[in-house]
Design a protein around this ligand. Structure first.
Ligand SMILES: [Zn+2]
Ligand SMILES: [Zn+2]
Length: 258
């Protein structure tokens, strides 16, 4: 059984065909999913998906690119949102220097607030980083993120960044990008990340893996990410499924929540 460690089931593309999305999960052996919060105003919808489905959990947080809320999230507010049995992670948070121009002091401050919330709540971080790896790692270190750990989601960085994140007690999650023909360096990283620190995800509705590239992505397709990684490493897909699912449960401590 596979687990999609990062998807956005509240986004309209997936929301409108919820039944077929859940149906393909079942068909493809995708047993669980973590649906990820991106704004304060859509968080209730994210949590509602998790509340309605015993095999789906959610996170609480505000995406680094989001400017659509009427106020900046505070530490007490994040802690209040996280205080729910189906909320098992803080994020997605991090830094994104690709989409928005400097000054981005607010984005770095938002990231720090999320790390503090993760440490205070005991719920691991889901970190997004794009064109910002040095600052992401620096802030993780400054805030003591290794105390709580978490996952570098939709990983597209170098081997060196992967090693630095592993050293900080983080997992590395691969998305459909690893299946793309031109992702040559990333495929090398996917061969070397220790199997007991690896997760898989879709980041759906975006980034559908080969052979669905360009189409709407969905959690059921995480199976194709696992198959590709198994091929790269020369191991069975069952082995990838077993390891990444065990990592998921260990990281997000479902023994207690379930
Ligand atoms: Zn992201
Ligand atoms: Zn995401």
């Amino acid at each position: 059984m596979f687990i999609d460690s990062h998807c956005h089931l509240d986004f309209p593309e997936l929301h409108v065909q919820r039944d077929s999305v859940l149906g393909l999960m079942r068909e493809n052996g995708v047993s669980h999913a973590l649906t990820i919060s991106t704004t304060l105003h859509t968080f209730p919808a994210v949590r509602a998906v998790a509340e309605a489905n015993p095999h789906i959990w959610c996170s609480a947080g505000v995406h680094p690119d989001e400017q659509g809320d009427d106020h900046e999230v505070s530490l007490p507010e994040l802690l209040a949102l996280a205080d729910h049995p189906k909320v098992v992670a803080i994020g997605e948070t991090g830094l994104d220097y690709y989409r928005l121009p400097e000054p981005l002091d607010w984005q770095r401050e938002r990231f720090r607030v999320h790390i503090r919330a993760a440490i205070a709540s005991g719920k691991p971080l889901v970190i997004h980083t794009r064109n910002a790896a040095p600052d992401t790692l620096r802030i993780m270190k400054e805030e003591g993120a290794e105390k709580i750990g978490g996952v570098m989601h939709c990983f597209t960085e170098s081997q060196a960044v992967a090693e630095a994140a592993l050293e900080l007690n983080f997992h590395i999650s691969f998305s459909g990008i690893v299946t793309f023909k031109n992702a040559v360096d990333l495929k090398e990283v996917a061969k070397t990340v220790p199997l007991d620190r690896m997760l898989i995800e879709t980041d759906s509705p975006y980034l559908a893996p080969t052979p669905f590239r360009g189409k709407m992505n969905q959690p059921g397709y995480v199976k194709h990410v696992a198959e590709h990684i198994a091929g790269l490493r020369g191991i069975s897909v069952e082995e990838v499924a077993k390891a990444t699912s065990a990592n998921f449960f260990r990281l997000f401590s479902f023994a207690k929540a379930a």
